[in-house]
Design a protein around this ligand. Structure first.
Ligand code: PMT
Length: 219
């Protein structure tokens, strides 16, 4: 690979959690820090890709040269991705999207009393599955965070969402941490990456994605 091996390619990365509002002050979210997704965005931008990063709420700084779109909910993330998707060559979905949103949201702060409060949850759209099932989809890379049966669940997800490449990681080791251990799953099988800092893991994932992208799109 040349240092700028992604020059000329447009990439979209989602990262971080989504936050689903309950009322004016409360919400449902997960503990994704955004570190893995931001590291992917940085690695791809450093390799010359024109990079757009759609980020849920995180404390992280935008990597140099990256265009960032901030979103809050899964619905916002879907809208931001849909607005970009026709322009891109590669989509990497690292975000830990909340699977549900609250139907009975309250505009005002819900007052505390002795009654049991019931939240009605409705499923969120699957952003990655939507993109991968477009008539002319970009090259799609998914992630799977599992707490058990990592390889079986991840490979099932890859097939269900029709992804050429998926990065599988154990949620207990990956979420919030500075390092990660990832197994890449593609049509050739499994490729285990050694545990390393997320920046290094990201560089390896981006290289693997570029290799496969070139295989699927020979010049
Ligand atoms: O942010 P960090 O603290 O660094 O942690 C990194 C990470 C653990 C969040 C990351 O490495 C990771 O595994 N991200 C995917 C987490 C996840 O939600 O996986 P999933 O198995 O629920 O979803 C599978 C794939 O579909 C993912 O690519 C996800 O982005 C996508 N998805 C899921 C649900 C949904 N509604 N829309 C989606 O696009």
């Amino acid at each position: 690979f040349q240092p700028k091996y992604l020059r000329g390619l447009k990439m979209l990365v989602t990262a971080g959690p989504t936050f689903e509002r309950i009322d004016a002050v409360r919400g449902i979210t997960n503990s994704s820090s955004g570190k893995m997704g931001f590291a992917i965005a940085k690695a791809a931008a450093d390799a010359g890709a024109e990079l757009t990063l759609v980020a849920g709420p995180t404390m992280l700084c935008t990597p140099y040269g990256v265009r960032r779109i901030n979103v809050v909910s899964a619905q916002d993330m879907l809208a931001a991705v849909n607005a970009e998707v026709a322009k891109i060559d590669i989509f990497v979905s690292v975000a830990a999207v909340a699977d549900y949103h609250v139907l009975n949201q309250s505009e005002h702060k819900i007052k505390k009393d002795a009654n049991i409060l019931t939240l009605e949850l409705a499923p969120n759209p699957d952003i990655l599955a939507n993109v991968a099932s477009l008539a002319d989809p970009p090259f799609c890379v998914g992630f799977a965070a599992e707490s058990e049966n990592l390889l079986d669940y991840a490979e099932a997800k890859r097939r269900r969402k029709k992804l050429p490449l998926l990065a599988a990681n154990l949620v207990q080791q990956a979420i919030g941490a500075d390092d990660n251990e990832v197994i890449l799953l593609d049509d050739d099988g499994q490729h285990r990456l050694p545990r390393a800092a997320k920046e290094e893991v990201a560089r390896a994932i981006v290289k693997h994605a570029a290799r496969l992208y070139n295989k699927y799109h020979p010049e």
